[in-house]
Ligand binder design. Structure first.
Ligand code: PLP
Length: 349
């Protein structure tokens, strides 16, 4: 089994660089550093078997604005199971996916059908439309916005691709792991075509990746198929209780969206001047992460030097020669973190 490398592996970095786990500044993920405050939990959420709680289900329906939902332990199991399900329920033709993007999708599809790439670094709408029409393509994957390239497509465009695939029993899978900062850009609408499937991740915006919660919004046949595959007790009791509070807390959500939007330029400015001076170019600028394109050796050097200072960054290889360096947010109210990042950046110039 291939294990892909991801950001956020502080334990590994601590081991590699001989620095205690608690002494790292982690900018290697796009997980919100201001996580939803964990409410006090009653003992029974730990003690009882986690049958889906009515309030949890109602809160998820309201937050995702759909009743056609499957709730799972993170969005990862959904994307792992979907290729097989769509092969059974749709067609077994090739899937069109972004060459750069969350690589677990590629990994999941590869065992099931042929994978054809489109360019994940640019708005590749024209090539996608052409590919769906001309090639032997059955399904399309869109990561919206793309992690780590930041590219996004409009809901209208995605629905148009779904219309193109409908006659082939093909599906458009839309991974909206990072859409919660701009929910108005979500493909979940009352008019969502039945061959659009939306994957959502609770962990990013709410900053609680560890509780493992994800959602699939899709037509009932697909939800039933996957529910059977994944079995019962998919979401543990504490995750249900914490997310119920978070889904219902509209005030926290609005305030957090505003805070992240207000800080976006400041977060970018921490890195941009020095990385630009070194020859890097900004590729992605989102509320929870930004990515800079640079020569692969430079990305490695910057990554290594950061790690020596206890700052974990995430280089993503593009073509062996070029890399993206993705930087998540830091807590800008934490002066010592800011200072440490600034010191490290100055040491690069
Ligand atoms: C684009 C994207 N989709 C899905 C996931 C899986 O997230 P989770 O399983 O925590 O919901 C990730 C994780 O980083 C991601 O970046």
């Amino acid at each position: 089994m291939t294990v892909l490398v991801h950001g956020g592996n502080i334990a590994r970095a601590a081991h590699m660089y001989g620095r205690p786990v608690d002494d790292w500044i982690d900018v290697s993920t796009g997980i919100n550093v201001h996580s939803y405050p964990i409410p006090e939990l009653s003992a029974h959420v730990w003690q009882r078997l986690p049958y889906p709680d009515e309030q949890f289900i109602a809160a998820a329906f309201a937050y995702y604005q759909s009743r056609n939902i499957l709730l799972t332990a993170g969005s990862q199991p959904i994307l792992e199971c979907l290729p097989q399900a769509l092969g059974e329920l749709g067609n077994r033709q090739a899937v069109l996916i972004p060459d750069i993007g969350y690589q677990e999708h590629r990994h999941a599809w590869q065992g099931h059908t042929q994978v054809v790439d489109y360019n994940g670094l640019i708005d590749d709408s024209e090539a996608i439309t052409k590919g769906l029409a001309e090639q032997d393509i059955g399904h399309l994957l869109v990561i919206n916005p793309n992690n780590p390239t930041g590219i996004r497509y409009s809901v209208e465009q995605i629905y148009a691709w779904a219309a193109q695939l409908a006659s082939k029993q093909g599906f458009v899978v839309v991974d909206e792991a990072f859409i919660d900062c701009q929910p108005e850009q979500s493909c979940i609408t009352p008019n969502m075509p039945s061959n659009v499937l939306v994957i959502r991740s609770f962990g990013k915006f709410f900053g609680l990746a560890g509780i493992r919660l994800g959602a699939l919004i899709a037509m009932p046949t697909i939800l039933e198929y996957l529910a059977n595959q994944m079995g019962i007790w998919r979401v543990n009791g504490p995750a249900q209780a914490v997310s119920t509070a978070a889904f219902n807390d509209r005030q926290w959500q609005q305030q957090m969206r505003a805070q992240l939007a207000n800080q976006q330029a400041q977060q970018r400015q921490i890195w941009q001047p020095v990385l630009h001076a070194l020859g890097a170019r900004i590729q992605a600028d989102t509320a929870l992460f930004r990515s800079f394109t640079m020569p692969a050796e430079l990305a490695q050097e910057v990554h290594q030097k950061a790690a020596m200072q206890g700052i974990l960054t995430r280089p993503v290889d593009i073509d062996g020669q070029t890399s993206l360096l993705r930087m998540g947010n830091i807590d800008i109210t934490n002066q010592s973190h800011l200072q440490r990042c600034n010191q490290w950046l100055q040491s690069l110039t």
